[in-house]
Structures are given as C-alpha cells and as structure tokens.
Design a protein around this ligand. Structure first.
Ligand SMILES: Cc1cc2nc3c(=O)[nH]c(=O)nc-3n(C[C@H](O)[C@H](O)[C@H](O)COP(=O)(O)OP(=O)(O)OC[C@H]3O[C@@H](n4cnc5c(N)ncnc54)[C@H](O)[C@@H]3O)c2cc1C
Length: 386
C-alpha cells in the first residue's frame, strides 16, 4: 500500500480505537488531541460482548479482560429486590463472553500503549477541517502555533460536542439534554458487589465491579439541566442514602472530590450520513447516545473496527470504502441510540407509580433467558471477517 495517512481528531476511546484499527491495516496515523495529557475522564464502563469482540479484533481483548471484572448484571428496585437478573453462565453460552466492568483509565491506557508513541500529538486543538475530492485538510493549534496537515482520511472522533461534525454538517441540530443528570465515581471497595442497576421513581443507581478491590458506581436522576450542588456527594447521599445495601456504604466509602457530575446529552436528531468526502465521523461525534444500554463506547469500538476493515486496501478506492462504513455503521448505531433513549424513559426516568408497578411486575415475570435475549439484540455483534 502507498503511504496512506489518516488524521484522527480526538484521543478518546473512539479515536484511539480507530487509530489502532487503521494502524493495524498499514495506515500511517496521526491523532490530534486538544488535552495536554492523554487521559480518560469518567470512572468505569461496562463493556458488552460486542465491545469485547471489537477489542479482540484489535488484539486487545485478553489485556482488557485481565484488567477488568465479570459484570453480567441485573435490575433491582430501590429496596434491593431483584426484578431481573442475568445469569453469567447463560450469558457466556449465548454470547460467548460475559459483560466486563473496566476502569476507563485501564481501557484508555491499553489502547494508547498498543500504538506507537509518535502517533499521538497532545495539546493539539483542531480548529478547521475541510474535505476535497482527493484529500482532506486539518488545521490545528499546537504548542508551535497554527499548523495544517493533509491526509487521505480524517476521522472525527471528537466526542459529543464535535467540531468536525459542526463544520461538515453545519445545519445539523446540536445535541440535546436528555432530561437526566448523572454522578459517577470509581472507588476502593473491598466487599464483593454484584453488577446491577437499581430503579426508584425518576432515579437509578448502578454499581459495577472493576476487579482489584475497585467498584464503579453511578447515580442518575431526572433534573433540570445545569444543576450543581455545593457538595455533590452530600446531595447524592441525600438522594440515595436510604436505598438498599450496599448503596449507602458505597457512598460512605467515596472520598470527597472524586465524584464527577454530567448532564446527559444525546444527538437526538440522527445524522443523515457519517461521511462527507474524505471525512468520517465515529463514536459520540457520530451518534452520542444516552448511557442507558451501556453501549456508547461499545459502538465507538465497533465503528473503529469496521472503519479499519473497510479501509484495509489503503487510500485507493476510499470513497467506496467510506460509503461501506456509513452503510454498515449508521443503521445499527442509530437504532441502538434510539433504543438507549427509550430504555431511559422506561427505566431511570419513569416516575408514575402505576407505570412503575406495571413495569416492575412485567420484569419480574420475564424469564432470565428472555431478558438476556433482549440484551443480546445489541450485544451480539461480530467484527467483519478478514
Ligand atoms: C454517565 C455515563 C456512563 C456511561 N457508561 C457507559 C458504559 O457503561 N458503557 C459504554 O460503552 N459507554 C458508556 N458511556 C458512553 C461512553 O462514555 C462514550 O460513548 C464514549 O466514551 C465516547 O468516546 P469517544 O471517543 O467517541 O468520545 P470522547 O470520549 O468524548 O473523546 C473525544 C476526544 O476528543 C477530544 N477533542 C474534542 N474536541 C477536540 C478538538 N477540537 N481537537 C482535538 N481534540 C478534541 C477530547 O478532548 C476527547 O479526548 C457512558 C457515558 C456517560 C455520560
């Protein structure tokens, strides 16, 4: 292959996965990241079978599995009664793997270390992207001032507030507030904790073991956007302190200052394409979704693996390759984004007591296997052959 060059904008999980996928297919890759330090903010993640298979395709499945903990999952009410529980062995039988709880830092570091160090340029904020018929140009501001790179392919992996998306789809509506705010933290908690989410009226608390005596927890509630408490941890204890064990203990074990709070936004209006000329969008830049199915990073990894596969031939025939990328990725990722939003409405955001009673009874009556089949609709994905 002639020296095909890709510039990836953003070194999040999506951008690093894309860089690795392209690098493994022989591309020369430059990743431009505006942050001074390459790091991943935001505690833990659940990776479903699809994400793990994607990481297997990138050669990182074993390393990531070693750094995480099995997290098959289930749903409880705020008193701790199980409404639905996934059997780990059955999950392995149906999907070939259980879900995995992993610290974001572990996943990010594993991806970074798989790339040559020279690929990543930090303190490099992309200001402008333009696509021509044969190449694309990226202007960025780095430590040495403004610079322009020319590439065969530009990958916009710059997240929810993607500048690449805004420039190439200027009239597309911005992401919208989804109605909930979420707090999260990864903490040391030596007692065993099952992976589970718990629902109360308009609220959800999730806990995920990360291995090595660490637990990731998050709490989400319906709220107006832009809220902040002077002491977020105290606000959380107020809200979840009388929920079932070990929720109060998890909050008690959380040091002040490690709690992150984010309003949940999503790209409510799906994009008409993930590709414009020689620029492809990926991850949250393409399909920012609510976290209710635990699929945002998983979809970014899938995007990256497919992008690498369709671009395996190098820069020749790139328009057709990118059309194939759009065709393979857009319907699935947008369907999952819609499903995640619906799952939030039916789960965390539901407030009406009658609707909650009906939902909870329906869940209790659903056999575990059927619940797993529902989950498998999104998690049962395999990388393209070859
Ligand atoms: C509360 C919560 C819980 C979640 N839980 C899960 C889960 O359990 N499982 C799961 O799969 N997903 C989960 N997600 C979703 C997941 O975090 C995201 O979908 C995923 O991290 C997106 O990765 P990304 O690389 O596309 O974007 P980002 O992680 O946003 O990365 C974008 C990168 O681009 C950089 N950047 C931005 N603009 C520029 C610029 N102009 N120039 C250069 N660099 C730039 C940023 O600094 C950043 O490093 C959750 C999300 C939330 C909010």
């Amino acid at each position: 292959m002639a020296d095909a060059h890709a510039v990836v904008v953003g070194a999040g999980i999506g951008g690093l996965s894309a860089a690795l996928a392209l690098h493994r297919h022989g591309w020369r890759v430059t990743v431009l990241e505006r942050a001074a330090e390459p790091r991943e903010v935001g505690a833990g993640l659940t990776l479903m079978a699809n994400a793990l298979r994607g990481l297997d395709a990138l050669g990182l499945g074993p390393a990531v599995r070693r750094g995480g903990a099995e997290a098959p999952g289930g749903i409880r009410d705020r008193h701790g009664r199980w409404l639905s529980r996934v059997d780990g062995a059955e999950m392995i039988r149906q999907l070939g793997t259980t879900a995995l709880g992993v610290h974001r830092t572990t996943l990010h570091r594993t991806l970074r270390e798989a790339l040559p160090a020279s690929v990543l340029r930090t303190s490099a904020e992309v200001e402008h992207v333009e696509s021509g018929p044969d190449h694309a140009e990226v202007r960025f501001r780095g430590p040495a001032g403004s610079q322009t790179l020319t590439a065969d392919l530009v990958v916009g992996a710059d997240g929810l507030r993607s500048r690449v998306r805004a420039q190439l789809w200027p009239r597309h509506p911005a992401p919208e507030y989804a109605g909930s705010t979420a707090w999260r933290a990864a903490i040391v908690f030596p007692d065993p904790v099952p992976a589970a989410i718990s629902w109360g009226p308009g609220a959800e608390f999730g806990m995920v073991p990360l291995g090595d005596g660490q637990v990731y927890w998050y709490g989400a509630v319906n709220a107006p956007p832009g809220g902040h408490a002077p002491d977020e941890l105290a606000a959380l204890r107020e809200r979840f302190g009388d929920w079932h064990a070990p929720i109060p203990a998890l909050l008690a074990a959380t040091p002040p200052g490690v709690v992150l709070r984010n309003d949940i936004h999503h790209l409510a209006v799906p994009l008409p394409s993930y590709v414009r000329g020689r620029v492809a969008l990926l991850g949250d830049a393409a399909h920012a979704m609510t976290p209710n199915l635990g699929q945002g990073a998983g979809q970014a990894i899938e995007d990256a693996v497919v992008l690498g596969a369709v671009c395996a031939g190098g820069a020749d025939g790139l328009p057709a390759a990118l059309a194939a990328y759009d065709e393979q990725r857009r319907p699935r990722s947008q369907a999952i984004a819609r499903a995640a939003f619906r799952a939030g409405r039916y789960g965390q955001q539901l407030r009406n007591p009658l609707a909650i009673a009906v939902r909870d009874s329906a869940l209790r009556l659903t056999p575990g296997r059927a619940a797993l089949r529902g989950m498998a609709r999104y998690a049962d994905w395999s990388p393209p052959a070859g």
